[in-house]
Write a protein that binds this ligand. Structure first.
Ligand SMILES: [Zn+2]
Length: 283
């Protein structure tokens, strides 16, 4: 499998990615004069991410996690100085479960036994890691550059974006998505109103003008999408859901996974739970 992908965006920003078939998981390496910051760590499919980062920079690396899903934090344990919202700490138990990661990736690869064997041999095995909690507004100084954490509850309770205003970009993980829908259809997710307010706050800060890098695309986000996601949320919250179709995730843990529905406003699509619009389901 030709899996790891590297692209130099500028002297101080690299895009790394795991490519498994049509699926792409992005990671971002920001480089200052004193430190580097790696945002997200993919599934950890090859187990070689740390070596890859060390080939690009010899600087100490702070590792920032947008959220604790297996495709963003699976490889995190390769690093020492890990920062993630403690609100996502509970997700480690399921997200980092090695058997489940192998299973989910094998399903995505069409149940290929060779893929399964490769993953069992190579993929980062750690099922937990220690981390330092991230606060909204916290700044990570890299020397001549900095990344500011922006809390974006919605996809998970502890989802974080990392913003380099001087550098003109924001890395949003799965908080904002292109093509597919924003995934808000799980009991772990805050109510839809919370996600809508996160989007509004993001745009109110002026971050909509930045280049927005997202979790599953090698190209920046269409700048129209955040406002369209807000419109999609408002339509659902206003009851305009009669045409929404059920969406079944291939990664659903079991048949008790609640039924999500999909709603789109132009290119801004969300998957949501009808019982999770304004009230917390699972604190
Ligand atoms: Zn993801």
């Amino acid at each position: 499998m030709g899996i790891m992908y590297t692209q130099k965006i500028s002297n101080d920003l690299y895009l790394l990615a795991e490519k498994a078939g049509p699926a792409v998981v992005t990671m971002w390496l920001a480089i200052g004069s004193k430190n580097a910051a790696l945002i997200d760590a993919g599934f950890g499919i090859t187990g070689t991410l740390r070596k890859l980062v060390q080939k690009i920079t010899e600087l100490p690396v702070v590792h920032l996690v947008t959220h604790c899903d297996p495709d963003h934090a699976g490889g995190s344990a390769q690093f020492d100085d890990i920062h993630m919202s403690s609100l996502d700490g509970d997700l480690q138990q399921t997200s980092l479960n090695f058997k489940k990661r192998v299973h989910d990736l094998s399903v995505a690869a069409g149940d290929n036994p060779l893929v399964k064997l490769y993953l069992q041999l190579k993929m980062t095995k750690a099922e937990s890691f220690d981390f330092t909690d991230i606060q909204d507004g916290e700044t990570f100084e890299l020397g001549g550059a900095s990344l500011k954490a922006f809390a974006f509850p919605g996809h998970t309770k502890g989802s974080m974006c990392f913003v380099n205003e001087a550098g003109g970009y924001a890395v949003t993980g799965d908080s904002i998505v292109a093509r597919d829908a924003a995934i808000l259809g799980d009991r772990r997710c805050p109510p839809l109103t919370v996600y809508r307010d996160s989007l509004r706050r993001f745009l109110d800060k002026g971050y909509g003008r930045l280049t927005i890098y997202i979790g599953h695309s090698l190209t920046p986000l269409d700048r129209d999408i955040p406002a369209q996601l807000i419109a999609a949320c408002d339509e659902v919250l206003g009851g305009g859901t009669s045409n929404d179709l059920p969406f079944n995730s291939p990664f659903a843990a079991d048949r008790h996974t609640p039924q999500a529905y999909e709603h789109c406003h132009d290119k801004g699509c969300i998957r949501y739970l009808r019982e999770n619009l304004t009230q917390w389901q699972d604190k």
